[in-house]
Design a protein around this ligand. Sequence first.
Ligand SMILES: [Zn+2]
Length: 105
Amino acid sequence: MLRRTSSLSPSFGGLRERECPRCHRAVELPLGELCDACQLEIAQRAGKVSRWVSLVTPLVFGVYVMMVLPPLQMPRLVGGAATLAWFLLVRRIARQLAAEWFRTH
Ligand SMILES: [Zn+2]
């Protein structure tokens, strides 16, 4: 049985870069990837930004919610849960946005 060795659609998975596109260090990388040092630096900077954003905005949101809601137990619990959800969502979104920002700038 003959085995087909060529494909009509080219595969780009095997393309490699000889240097990091961000810091220009000489390393072997898959096309479009950053080196380990750049990825670590981006993750650290994004983590720092997301920590600040995820601490400040839920605090402002929580104070606003507690001022607006009536001083009853159930609305306070819902407000607290909303503040926690706000914290988790903002932290995740801020980390992703900051990582994309630092990756391109
Ligand atoms: Zn790099």
